[in-house]
Design a protein around this ligand. Structure first.
Ligand code: 5GP
Ligand code: MG
Ligand code: MG
Length: 185
């Protein structure tokens, strides 16, 4: 698997340090709230959310949603489909959406309005990665891990054709690993 990686963009150590920082900030910001629901977006955010909530020193609830926007390609189709909705009620709760990466912003902007319509007390967004240069809609990010350039990244939850999610770092694939149709070059 490591032989498929061209470059490590963010190391395991850098991720670890950032999670501690984000967790402490979230703990401070939500310390007076007793109804916090942390919502992970499957599957990309699974590693991030699992590690992040260990640094949130509050009795938060945890739930997941699954949406599809990309299919097997590395390009956004702009179409968001709900594959799995939340199990928990949203009304009156402080919602913290946890995403792996914001690219065009279309996925999150859709999720945000959908959750907002369920009358939460508040909604905030936490993302591990952000590619601001690719944004198509305005999104206000409350907690950000790392800003990255316009590159297709894998690892720490992020996939290429459902693979490489289990890499402990964020990296980019060698061009020969990426199918020609998915390759921007
Ligand atoms: P958006 O709707 O913001 O364009 O796309 C968000 C989703 O697209 C992310 O949650 C992620 O699943 C996928 N995505 C965007 N950029 C990348 C990337 O560089 N690598 C991977 N693996 N997925 C990405
Ligand atoms: Mg995602
Ligand atoms: Mg994906």
């Amino acid at each position: 698997m490591l032989e498929d990686i061209k470059e490590i963009l963010i190391t395991e150590e850098e991720i670890k340090n950032k999670l501690r920082e984000l967790g402490e900030k979230i703990t401070r910001d939500y310390k007076d709230k007793d109804n916090v629901l942390v919502v992970g977006v499957l599957k990309g955010a699974v590693l991030f959310i699992a590690d992040l909530i260990r640094h949130i020193q509050l009795p938060v609830q945890l739930d997941f949603m699954a949406v599809s926007s990309y299919g097997a390609s590395t390009k956004s189709s702009g179409v968001v489909r709900i594959l799995k909705d939340l199990d928990e009620e949203v009304e009156g709760k402080h919602i913290l959406i946890v995403e792996d990466i914001i690219d065009s912003g279309l996925t999150l902007s859709y999720l945000y309005s959908m959750l907002k319509s369920r009358k939460p007390a508040s909604i905030k967004i936490c993302t591990l990665l952000d590619k601001p240069s690719r944004r198509k809609v305005d999104i206000e990010v409350d907690y950000l891990g790392f800003e990255i350039p316009d590159l297709f990244v894998v690892g720490y939850g992020l996939d290429y054709n459902e693979k490489y999610r289990n890499l402990p770092f964020i990296g980019i694939l060698k061009p020969e690993v990426v199918k020609p149709a998915d390759n921007p070059d």
